[in-house]
Design a protein around this ligand. Structure first.
Ligand code: SAH
Length: 479
């Protein structure tokens, strides 16, 4: 009689691959003849080469999900995870994998997507090995800790336990700088001393919701922003006295967020002490970073990535460059000193304000920024008359780009933007991507429009996680 597989069954699996979200992809061990034993199972926290016991949590027709219950035989690629909380927290999906193998996984992820989705024959295209980090921990310059109570009712900072409103306390997140701990312990001690209530997600009461900490890796300046469910912070002088004693403290502020949702920051920031921002550098470009600004979280590898963008852009000083999805202008400003002029387009007005200010503090006079959807703005100025109108005097007829850089969010560029690029016909397109699947899809469109892929390069900005950045050079095929 054939046995049927069902939910809650324990099964033995050989993990043969890692999925895009870092789950182990398991096949049932030989000798199991239950119906459906050829199915594929996804098992969080299992790694290639593991033999595991797992409990079925969901069954579909050809695949299922199972929870890891025991590692029968560990993969040779396993390392002792630094963080005892890594499975519970879920932020570091592949921390138990050796860093060398993490890089191999990321390189394969990019190549497989380029091959399967984009149809690129990588034996014919230069695809250099991914550039890993020298230090794969403590690389983040930004940390956000929710403040609440742990399961015993004690004040705590950490992360929310899955599907609950209680905080799992975390002494130290190894992706962030070690100074974060000092900030957190001062804030918790101050709350304890003055009986300041943490926010309670369930009831919407209490004051302190989150603590945002930013650290300038080059300048060693530190910013603390307390997100509160209220108008003001009582005993703030006492808090400031504690925090300003910490080395590098430059800016202390509150952010007001009275919304009952899980968005971390509200729109209003009030500086309590020190500057409104901290400063840091990428290459020799200085940036002012305020609590609400977007800023790359791994400054060391961001510079590595931008150096590749610069190399791929092949600038001689004569080019007009468009930087689409420019954020606060990080790439634009990085390229500006080597280009004739750079235009950045970004949808968030606040980010464009930051870009303009960053332009000024670096005395860069050949970069301009526009607010809008990249696809719209680019399409509107495809007609050169309008370009003259939009870009003003002195920029006439000079708007046509030799190089277009795009750095879109995960969903990629979309047809409309790609069409606009094909209309303006730049010599080179440098595509910076945080999702190689949408990258591959978009590159295919550019190829159909007369471009070819010349080079690709992965850069690891997010060690211990499944995320990977990739930069690709596309070149117009001369007819
Ligand atoms: N290049 C920047 C930011 C990249 S993140 C950096 O490296 O820092 C992607 C950016 O695209 C975000 O700032 C987001 O606000 C912006 N964005 C998203 N959709 C957009 C659109 N349709 N048009 C222009 N910008 C967009």
């Amino acid at each position: 009689m054939v046995q049927i597989m069902k939910k809650n069954d324990l099964i033995e699996l050989e993990i043969v691959d890692l999925s895009a979200d870092g789950s182990g992809v398991g096949k049932m061990a030989e000798g199991d003849h239950r119906e459906g034993s050829a199915m594929t199972f996804f098992v969080k926290d299992a790694l290639v080469g593991d033999r595991v016991l797992a409990k079925i949590i969901k069954l579909k027709k050809t695949y299922g999900y199972a929870r890891l219950t025991e590692i029968i035989e560990p993969s040779p690629d396993r390392v002792e995870p630094k963080c005892p909380m890594h499975r519970q927290c879920g932020g570091c999906q592949i921390q138990a994998l050796s860093y060398e193998k993490q890089l191999e996984y990321k390189q394969n992820k990019i190549c497989n997507n380029l091959l399967r989705i984009g149809g690129f024959d990588l034996s014919q295209i230069r695809m250099d090995p991914i550039i890993g980090m020298r230090e794969a921990f403590r690389y983040r310059n930004k940390a956000q800790f929710p403040i609440g109570r742990d399961k015993n009712g004690k004040l705590a900072a950490g992360f929310y336990a899955a599907r609950t409103h209680v905080i799992v306390p975390i002494e130290d997140c190894y992706l962030g700088v070690s100074q974060n701990q000092d900030v957190i312990s001062e804030i918790l001690a101050w709350m304890e001393q003055y009986q300041i209530e943490p926010y309670d997600e369930k009831s919407g009461t209490g004051l302190v919701r989150h603590v945002l900490i930013r650290y300038g890796f080059r300048t060693k300046q530190m910013m603390v922003c307390i997100v509160i469910n209220g108008k003001s912070l009582p005993w703030s002088k006492e808090l400031i006295d504690r925090l300003k004693a910490l080395e590098g403290m430059t800016s202390i502020s509150v952010n007001i967020n009275k919304q009952r949702n899980n968005v971390i920051m509200g729109d209003t920031v009030r500086t309590l002490w020190g500057a409104d921002y901290i400063e840091d550098y990428i290459g020799d470009i200085k940036f002012q970073i305020s609590p609400l600004s977007f800023y790359q979280v791994n400054p060391v590898q961001t510079e590595v990535l931008y150096r590749k963008v610069l190399e791929f852009a092949g600038l001689t000083g004569e080019e007009t460059v468009w930087d689409l999805y420019c954020g606060i202008g990080t790439i634009s400003l990085f390229l500006a000193r080597r280009a004739k002029r750079v235009y950045g387009i970004e949808i968030i007005p606040q980010a464009v304000e930051d870009a303009k200010r960053n332009c000024k503090i670096n005395a860069i006079s050949n970069a301009e920024f526009f607010v809008g959807e990249a696809e719209d703005v680019l399409e509107r100025i495809c007609g050169s008359d309008e370009a003259d109108l939009m870009l003003g005097n002195g920029w006439r007829k000079e708007w046509r780009p030799q190089v277009v850089v795009v750095d879109p969010p995960r969903k990629g560029c979309g047809e409309k933007l790609l069409d606009a690029i094909l209309k303006v016909q730049p010599e080179r397109v440098v595509y910076v991507s945080c999702d190689s699947a949408t990258l591959a899809r978009d590159l295919k469109v550019l190829c159909a429009g007369g471009y070819e892929m010349v080079r690709g390069q992965g850069v690891d900005l997010f060690g211990q996680t499944v995320h990977v950045e990739c930069v690709v050079l596309m070149s117009r095929v001369e007819k």
